[in-house]
Design a binder for this molecule. Structure first.
Ligand SMILES: NC(=O)c1ccc[n+]([C@@H]2O[C@H](COP(=O)([O-])OP(=O)(O)OC[C@H]3O[C@@H](n4cnc5c(N)ncnc54)[C@H](OP(=O)(O)O)[C@@H]3O)[C@@H](O)[C@H]2O)c1
Length: 294
């Protein structure tokens, strides 16, 4: 089966390329080869490659920059997804897509379920929600995996920022009143390949929206403390810095972050038997990988 992966050089895209199971012919394209916002290019490239399934890992992910760059955020996250959705529908193939906890307002007290009302608070979240809607409108075989707090070996992410700060400083302050589920790019890629394999076996899937993020839920502060503890144990930092708890208003950013980003992932595991990863184990694996290249 030939699978087209867009955004192949991003955090998740890279892992999708690295952990492709045997038996798949994988064509991974970065933004230089395929700009998903370019309608003609998407139609032409998809028609030429003739994939039997598309996984979209391309997105405009600069959350703060999106506040002053809404046109580009929507061009990629809404119109780009619509372009892929139309191309997939023309070939009657499925499109697996990644979305975000930022589609929610973040004011809940229980983990968000797929059926809960959305209400993005910023441009990035609004553009991703518009992409979900465009996908549902234009492509009948679509699966949307909403995830959160992605970390991995490629690209910039919270783990890498903390490792750099942990080498430079004895103390730092991290927001303690936002809660979510850290999720490794590797685990997202593995879940997407499991879904692809299930589709191949069954010839169908129950399409729609699913949540997938790491357990247990924590705050950014709790995430940082675990990173430093494990990094110290693995010899990546000389000492564990003091991590002070601060509130969201002490760390102002152009885009408002959801206070509560915790996703209920039970639908995905009960429907497809996909295990929800413990992010602390995923973190240990990542740090182990970084130790080898350190
Ligand atoms: N990162 C997170 O914490 C997080 C949280 C929740 C959900 N997500 C979602 O997870 C998915 C993967 O995110 P990620 O963390 O892997 O992001 P990432 O590392 O920023 O990768 C996104 C990739 O998309 C590419 N891209 C941007 N515009 C494009 C375009 N017009 N056409 C084709 N490719 C384009 C980028 O390439 P260039 O660099 O060349 O532009 C980049 O390689 C996204 O859908 C994102 O919204 C991420």
């Amino acid at each position: 089966m030939r699978v087209l992966i867009t955004g192949a050089h991003g955090q998740v895209g890279n892992e999708l390329m690295r952990c492709a199971p045997a038996g798949f012919e994988v064509v991974g394209l970065g933004s230089a080869e395929l700009d998903i916002a370019n309608t003609n290019q998407v139609a032409e490239v998809v028609a030429r490659i003739q994939p039997q399934l598309i996984i979209n890992a391309a997105a405009y992910t600069a959350v703060d920059k999106a506040e002053s760059d809404a046109a580009r955020a929507f061009a990629v996250n809404r119109d780009g997804v619509a372009n892929l959705a139309c191309a997939a529908e023309r070939l009657t193939i499925p499109l697996l897509h990644i979305s975000t906890d930022y589609v929610f307002a973040g004011d809940a007290a229980e983990p968000y379920r797929e059926s809960d009302s959305t209400g993005p608070t910023g441009v990035y979240g609004a553009s991703k929600l518009a992409g979900e809607q465009a996908l549902a409108e234009h492509c009948s075989r679509h699966l949307i995996l909403r995830t959160s707090w992605v970390f991995g070996v490629h690209g910039n992410n919270f783990v890498k920022t903390m490792l750099r700060l942990g080498r430079e400083r004895d103390e730092l302050s991290v927001v303690a009143d936002q809660h979510g589920g850290p999720t490794s790019a590797r685990s997202i890629a593995v879940a997407l390949w499991q879904l692809t394999q299930l589709y191949v076996q069954r010839g169908e899937l129950t399409w729609g929206v699913y949540h997938f993020s790491g357990l247990p839920a924590c705050s950014w502060h709790g995430f940082a403390e675990e990173i430093f503890q494990q990094a110290h144990e693995q010899g990546l930092i000389a000492r564990v810095p003091n991590v002070h708890r601060i509130r969201t208003e002490d760390y102002p950013t152009p885009a408002r972050r959801p206070q509560w980003s915790v996703l209920d992932c039970s639908r995905l595991s009960s429907m497809f038997g996909i295990a929800i990863p413990d992010w602390r184990i995923e973190l240990a694996d990542l740090l182990g990988e970084l130790t080898q290249t350190h």
